[in-house]
Ligand binder design. Structure first.
Ligand SMILES: C[S@@+](CC[C@H](N)C(=O)[O-])C[C@H]1O[C@@H](n2cnc3c(N)ncnc32)[C@H](O)[C@@H]1O
Ligand code: SF4
Length: 371
């Protein structure tokens, strides 16, 4: 994003997403932009290009409050590359409140975690997927639950106060007992935050090319997970995200509450409000070279995005805090009123949200808005 032609109409950009596409091995379910890491020099070249892209954006990064280094597997970088990556980002960290890195259990040691801490990273997002070792093998992971437990405990001892874990449910061969086992590990380990997504089958993943249908336990597992996590005092605040003691992902909240963000690196996306209208940016290409395309959102698509993202939150769309939230509601009022009448949506003192029943069948609400 160079913004040479477009002018920002809201100057505050609070969030930066940095994509590191390298992985040590490729999981069967994954459709994200990633490559198997072949050499350290390939990573060094990538970081040079990333540095260049960031320098083109530096005027817009002085007020950044959240940074999210995602992937791919940022933790598969060697120590030198890890330091290089964090040095590139260091000038933009002065006002940062939440600084997250995604890590996989197999390649993290004390030295790397200490480096993360030294550079101000205060939140870890650890890709666990499941604590069942045979299931981990079946989904193509190269870690086991001993490594997962070790990294969580090590991070705690070293002083990380904000630890999130990623899990997936509705995996092939996953049973009710597997879900309860994952819950019992959560009970013991007490991560501050959990992202627990249902398996998504996308055509570009290994499974997407091999399998035709998802397993059928989706709704049942969803119910079990919500009930059991509530027993453990995890508060569901977004469809697939839960926090202990009000822990939330501030970075992801910026996506769900219509805030601007910049994305750098191959595969990264951004969202900016410019004099030409709201724009989505998308970096396409490969690790050697990528280009940014921009799409100006029509008014309808912009408002649809606000409603679709906002209703994912349990508290819904707060008209005072979500820019254009009220306007988006007014735009789709006719379609939304039907669901206010049938009890799937409700207007609160501050905005619009799904009722308990509406939240479980949100797609039924959204489908009416997409014509
Ligand atoms: C793309 S990965 C990147 C971070 C890291 N490499 C890892 O494996 O955790 C981020 C998270 O996305 C989730 N994910 C990836 N593909 C998914 C899929 N097809 N369905 C559901 N969740 C998925 C996984 O839980 C994963 O931890
Ligand atoms: S899930 Fe994570 S480790 Fe697995 S292929 Fe995707 S990005 Fe790489």
């Amino acid at each position: 994003m160079t913004l040479t032609d477009d002018k920002l109409i809201e100057l505050d950009i609070e969030s930066l997403y940095v994509h590191i596409p390298f992985c040590d091995s490729i999981c069967f379910f994954c459709d994200f932009v990633k490559v198997k890491k072949t050499s350290d020099s390939e990573v060094e070249d990538y970081l040079k290009k990333l540095e260049n892209e960031i320098s083109l954006n530096e005027n817009y990064l002085s007020k950044i409050k959240t940074i999210y280094i995602g992937g791919g597997t940022p933790s598969c970088l060697n120590i030198e590359c890890t330091i290089k990556m964090l040095e590139i980002l260091k000038p933009f960290t002065t006002k940062v409140e939440e600084y997250t890195i995604e890590i996989n259990p197999e390649k993290v040691n004390e030295e790397k975690l200490k480096i993360y801490l030294k550079y101000g990273i205060n939140r870890l997002s650890i890709g666990i997927q499941t604590f069942n070792n045979s299931l981990l093998k079946k989904i193509g992971r190269i870690h086991d639950n001993t490594q997962a437990i070790k990294v969580i405990k090590m991070a705690r001892v070293l002083g990380f106060k904000n630890i999130s874990i990623d899990l997936i449910y509705n995996l092939y061969d996953q049973t009710h007992e597997d879900i309860l086992t994952d819950i019992s590990f959560i009970k013991d380990l007490q991560p501050d935050h959990i992202s627990w997504y249902s398996l998504i089958l996308k055509e570009n993943s290994i499974w997407g090319k091999l399998k035709n249908n998802l397993p059928e336990n989706d709704e049942y597992f969803d119910e079990v997970i919500n009930r059991e996590l509530a027993h453990l005092r995890y508060q569901r605040y977004e469809v697939s995200n839960y926090g202990l003691n009000k822990s939330v992902s501030k970075h992801n909240l910026s996506y769900w509450t219509n805030k601007q963000f910049i994305g750098v690196g191959v595969g990264a996306a951004g969202f900016l409000k410019t004099n030409k209208g709201p724009i989505l940016t998308k970096n396409s290409g490969n690790v050697l070279s990528w280009n940014q395309s921009t799409e100006i959102l029509s008014q309808e698509d912009y408002y649809l995005q606000i409603i679709m993202m906002g209703l994912r939150l349990v508290d819904g769309i707060n008209f005072e805090n979500v820019a254009d939230g009220k306007a988006a509601f007014e735009f789709f009022k006719t379609d939304l009123e039907k669901h206010l009448d049938n009890g799937l949506l409700e207007l609160t003192k501050t905005g619009l949200k799904c009722t308990k029943r509406g939240y479980e069948i949100m797609d039924a609400i959204l489908v009416d808005l997409i014509k």
